[in-house]
Design a protein around this ligand. Sequence first.
Ligand SMILES: Nc1ncnc2c1ncn2[C@@H]1O[C@H](COP(=O)(O)OP(=O)(O)OP(=O)(O)O)[C@@H](O)[C@H]1O
Ligand SMILES: [Mg+2]
Length: 237
Amino acid sequence: MEPLLHFERISKTIKGNPDRQLFGRIEANVIRSDKIAVIGPSGQGKSTLLRILSLLDQYDEGEMYLQGRKVMEWQPKAWRQKVCYVAQQPFMLEGSVEDNLRIVSKLSGAEYDSQTAEAFLAKLGLAELDLSKNAASLSGGEKQRISLIRSLLLRPEILLLDEITASLDNHHKHAVEHVLANWQLEENRACIWITHDMEQASRFANQMWLMEEGRLTIHMDVPAFFSNRPLKSAPEE
Ligand SMILES: Nc1ncnc2c1ncn2[C@@H]1O[C@H](COP(=O)(O)OP(=O)(O)OP(=O)(O)O)[C@@H](O)[C@H]1O
Ligand SMILES: [Mg+2]
C-alpha cells in the first residue's frame, strides 16, 4: 500500500545554538489508520518534527512525500489542509468561538458544517459553551478543544497532535481520545500524537516513535514496547 505520508533523510539544525543538530537523517512512513504516539524527553525535537511535516518549519535536507507526490509538487496551503498541525499552545483567532470554527470553511471554500461542529462540541464537553463568547477569554483546556475541533472540521488526511490534552482533566482527556479513535475509524485517517503521558500512548497508539539524541526509533509492537518500560508518565517539565 502506498504510504499516505513518507519522509526520508530529514535533518534539522538549530542555527546559532551553536548550529546544534536536533535530528539527522530520520525517516518513516505513515499509512491510513496509523495511530502513532511520539514520545521522548523534552527538547528533542518532537514539536519541530510535526511542524516540519505540516510545512510550518524548515528542514535542512531530505524529502517528504504526501500521497506519492513530493513537497515541491504541492501548494503549501493544500498540503497543510491535508496534514494539519494542532499546536501545543493553542492559538485563537480574533473574534468569537464561532468565528474560530467558521474560519475553516472560509479557508477551504466548503460550507460551514454546523451539525458536525455541534456534535464535536457535545462529545468534548462543550455543549454549553456560549459560541458568541470572545475566543480569547476561553480557558486553556477550552482553547485546546476548540482548536482540535477547528482542525477536525478541515477533514485532514493526517492530524498532527502536539500534547493537546495537556490542560485537560482525566474525564475530558478520555473524551478527546474517544472522539479521535472514532474519527479515525469512521474516516480512515491517520494521527501522529505527541504525548508525555505513557498511559495515554499505550491506550491510543498502534506504533511508537521515540525521539532521542537526534534519532527517531520506530516501535511497531506497542505491547512489547511497554513490557520493557514502566507505564508511568514522564515527569512534566
Ligand atoms: N525556531 C527555533 N529557534 C531556535 N531554537 C529552536 C527553534 N525551534 C526549536 N528550537 C529548539 O529546538 C529544540 C527542540 O524543540 P522542540 O520544541 O521541537 O522539542 P520537543 O521535543 O517538542 O520538547 P517538549 O517535549 O518540551 O515540547 C529546543 O531546544 C528548542 O529550543
Ligand atoms: Mg514540544
